[in-house]
Design a protein around this ligand. Structure first.
Ligand code: SAH
Length: 460
């Protein structure tokens, strides 16, 4: 290890920054964020740096650096483009045993600034020991995307309970187990959802219970239309903490591969017209698993609240008093439209868009045809191939132009995506010979014509 990572408390400590340009401004800003009292010395100081100093109780001296500027400082940064000055600052600091950083000159530094992810009070610091600051920054960016924004709040609230935790759980192992459970369960979820008061109450109750009951919960998670890149950060986090994953046919394998490896996977897929697991049984399954104290991730294709029967599942959970949360996902209409180059609305062609399911409840009447006929409305039909011919015929019979453009997107957003474009009159025929696979989504409307213009980036 070339450097020891430590976290310095600089509150109200004097730090010297030598230099008055862009880089000096960034370093000074970082020191001020840490509560330091910053003093800047340079012959020229940027106006923006002067403003910052004024607003953070800092000070400055216009002039050339001299060793006296180090008086009272606990740390110094040299950020000038004058090599001789940089060397002098470094040498003076070493003589006084002060930590020193010289920008872009690792050899002159006794410490380096890491790339940081700031979720104060939680801070992650990444350093390449000056070997590749860009690599460190890229790693930082990856961490940034995987650490929930509310981690700082979470750490702060845990801090409030440290005293109580020590008192009620004097045994270190018991305390650790307690926090591990809460930080991956209901307490953390309440904080992420912004329900901090409830989170505190939950913790108080957990401390009060001598043998805290393991509370299970259900995450109803929208997994998007297929491409794993379209998952939300929250979806991914919950997929990685769940004990059990209950999924169906629409959830693609690459997405399942992102779930916690040692989770139990339960497939409750439904193939059209033979329902492997009836909905009522799925509802009961979720209630039972959560009742056993498990964290259950119910993974659904697209968005759980769009033709996903998510409403029915949480109704049952609510009735059983099981905590749950719903994570929205990118619905097939948005995903397929974007990946096929078809905007669902457009100022010139469609001022509204209507999502319709072709999977009707058995015994349901036909679709409300008349309502679907609007020149300036895009129709998105969530349905398989079987109804396509019937629907096209009905739309024409109820007054839609036979030359209305139609696009059928199969396995949208996945590497197997295929798009067949036609009109109401000929789409069924075109699709018949195309060897297309489920799932398929049908987009009807003038916006489909834009595909030729907007699809340049997606060859298929
Ligand atoms: N909750 C889901 C929809 C479930 S209904 C969502 O929000 O997307 C199931 C229908 O969604 C399928 O019959 C099909 O019409 C459509 N669908 C889902 N994923 C799809 C995909 N990747 N490509 C095309 N259609 C899809």
């Amino acid at each position: 290890m070339d450097y020891l990572p430590i976290f310095l408390n600089l509150h109200d400590q004097r730090c010297l920054v030598v230099g008055g340009g862009d880089v000096a401004t960034r370093k000074a800003a970082m020191l001020m964020r840490a509560g330091a009292y910053v003093h800047v010395v340079a012959p020229d100081i940027d106006a923006s740096l002067l403003e910052r100093l004024a607003s953070a109780n800092g000070s400055f001296r216009i002039g050339t650096y001299s060793a006296d500027d180090l008086d009272g400082a606990v740390l110094a940064v040299a950020a000038t483009d004058d090599e001789a000055v940089n060397r002098q600052v470094s040498a003076d600091c070493r003589a006084r045993h002060l930590p020193v950083n010289v920008v872009d000159s690792p050899a002159l530094c006794s410490f380096v600034f890491p790339s940081i992810v700031d979720r104060s009070p939680l801070i992650v610091a990444v350093s390449s020991a000056g070997k590749s600051p860009v690599l460190a920054r890229l790693l930082r960016a990856r961490l940034e995307t995987t650490i929930p924004a509310a981690y700082g709040r979470l750490a702060a609230i845990c801090g409030e309970f440290r005293g109580l935790a020590k008192k009620t759980l004097p045994d270190t192992n018991a305390r650790r187990a307690f926090w591990e459970r809460e930080l991956q369960g209901a307490f953390a979820e309440l904080v992420y959802a912004g329900r901090e008061d409830e989170a505190r109450t939950h913790l108080e109750k957990s401390f009060a219970a001598t043998h805290p009951a393991r509370v299970g919960e259900v995450y109803l998670v929208g997994a998007g239309p297929g491409d794993p890149d379209l998952l939300t950060f929250r979806a991914l986090r919950l997929m990685q903490q769940a004990d059990v994953v209950v999924h169906d046919r629409l959830v693609s394998q690459p997405i399942l591969d992102l779930c916690r490896r040692d989770a139990d996977f339960i497939y409750v897929g439904k193939a059209r017209s033979h329902h492997t697991v009836p909905q009522e049984d799925i509802n009961q399954l979720l209630v039972r698993l959560a009742g056993e104290g498990k964290r259950v991730c119910r993974l659904k294709g697209g968005d759980p609240f769009i033709f996903g029967r998510g409403g029915e599942e949480i109704e049952e959970l609510a009735a059983a008093g099981i905590p749950f949360q719903v994570v929205p996902g990118i619905t097939a209409a948005s995903g397929c439209a974007a990946y096929a180059g078809i905007p669902l609305t457009h100022r010139d062609y469609a001022q509204s868009v209507r999502f319709v399911t072709g999977h009707l409840k058995e015994g349901s009447p036909e679709l409300p045809w008349q309502e679907l006929i609007h020149e300036h409305q895009t129709l998105v039909l969530y349905m398989g191939l079987t109804g396509l011919e019937h629907i096209s015929r009905q739309l024409i019979a109820h007054g839609m132009a036979a030359d209305m453009p139609v696009a059928l997107v199969s396995q949208g957003t996945t590497p197997q995506q295929k798009v067949v474009v036609g009109t109401l009159a000929d789409i069924a025929g075109k699709v018949a010979g195309s060897g297309i696979h489920a799932p398929t989504l049908t987009i009807v409307g003038r916006v489909v014509e834009l595909r030729d213009k907007l699809n340049w980036f997606m060859p298929d």
